[in-house]
Design a protein. Structure first.
Ligand code: PEP
Ligand code: MN
Length: 337
């Protein structure tokens, strides 16, 4: 349930509304827009109906939301959210580029990748230190050693670190090294992890689950927001379909759908979305043209010897071409990069 306050509502009127809600044993979150305040009420719908909020001074209307998610919905907040990570803005016309290898393999590999992506204008260094691999015999990541490398290299080159968390017990450790926590496709519905991350104020990159509907994905984001952490960026990374030519089917229509349903920024990962480096360039262009707020692209100095996802990783020179084209499209779309 949502209460839309009138633009001229006074502080006292808003206080009265808040008190009525809490006195009834319900909770609320406030969204302070440029012209009006919106109160998102959480709790028993039947109880809310007895409060007769429409009769309160300063209340314009009450809206019943059919979807379960509220805090991340456009109904709750009309304006695009802008997530700020150490001064780098994502959303509301600001594009973010997150690039680097699939996995942190060595300091040399990471530094080479970081310098290349920084030179092309990326603001985030990506790289997994904990890899959720399909086979237990595949490279699992360097763990804390990898996190240290990420921090050192990112500081040396001047980038933010985004890296995946797969285990709640690693939260404090990863928060020490990372500027943004990535929740991967396989953990999108790890509700315990979502709740814990929601209790921090670290920005979160929430990837879409392999077979998640847009509604399930936004509900996963709601788990994080309901804990008090609104610093969420969504990432479309392809979904499972009957197609086998590509690793996943990149759902670019999800960008338009999320823009309609939510105020959160959404970026696109054409690397995991296609699984083929040849397709990253056209899909990156299409993502920005579709209205995405940025890209996550895997870049490896030597993809042929990569310990994971070499087939979908761009060499630095190809990444430079992608970035040049993305810049042109961004300019056409009136976005800054
Ligand atoms: C990744 O970004 O390295 C990754 C494992 O992605 P996803 O969770 O989308 O598969
Ligand atoms: Mn990968």
């Amino acid at each position: 349930m949502i209460i839309v306050m009138k633009p001229e509502a006074t502080t006292a009127e808003l206080e009265a509304v808040k008190n009525k809600i809490t006195d009834a044993g319900l909770n609320f979150h406030l969204s302070q827009g440029s012209s009006r305040t919106i109160v998102g009420v959480i709790g028993d719908k039947k109880k809310f109906a007895t409060l007769q909020m429409n009769s309160f001074g300063g209340v314009e209307k009450t809206v019943s939301i059919t979807e379960k998610y509220k805090l991340v919905s456009r109904d709750f907040k009309k304006e695009d959210s802008i997530i700020d990570v150490n001064g780098v803005k994502i959303g509301g016309g600001h594009l973010a580029i997150m690039s680097g290898p699939c996995a942190v393999e060595s300091k040399e590999q990471l530094l080479e990748a970081a310098k290349a992506v920084k030179a092309c204008g990326a603001q985030f260094l990506r790289g997994g230190a904990f890899k959720p691999r399909t086979s237990p015999y595949d490279f699992q990541g360097l763990a804390e050693e990898g996190l240290k490398m990420l921090r050192e290299v990112a500081d040396e080159v001047g980038l933010n670190v985004v890296t995946e968390i797969v285990n709640i017990n690693d939260l404090d450790m990863i928060c020490k090294y990372a500027d943004m926590l990535q929740i991967g496709a396989r953990n999108m519905q790890n509700f315990q992890l979502l709740k814990e991350v929601g209790h921090t104020n670290k920005p979160v990159l929430l990837k879409r689950g392999l077979s998640a509907t847009i509604s399930e994905w936004l509900n996963a984001a709601e788990y994080i927001a309901s804990g008090g952490n609104y610093n969420i960026v969504l990432c479309e990374r392809g979904i499972r379909t009957y197609e086998t030519f590509t690793r996943n089917t990149l759902d670019l229509s999800a960008v338009a759908a999320v823009k309609e349903l939510s105020h959160l920024p959404i970026i696109v990962d054409p690397s995991h979305g296609t699984g083929r480096w040849q397709m990253v360039r056209p899909m990156a262009r299409a993502a920005i043209a579709a209205g995405a707020d940025g890209l996550m692209i895997e870049v490896h100095p030597h993809p042929e010897v990569a310990l994971s996802d070499g087939d979908q990783s761009l060499k630095p020179d190809n990444f430079a071409v992608v970035m040049q084209e993305v810049r042109q499209i961004a300019q056409m779309m009136g976005k800054t990069l």
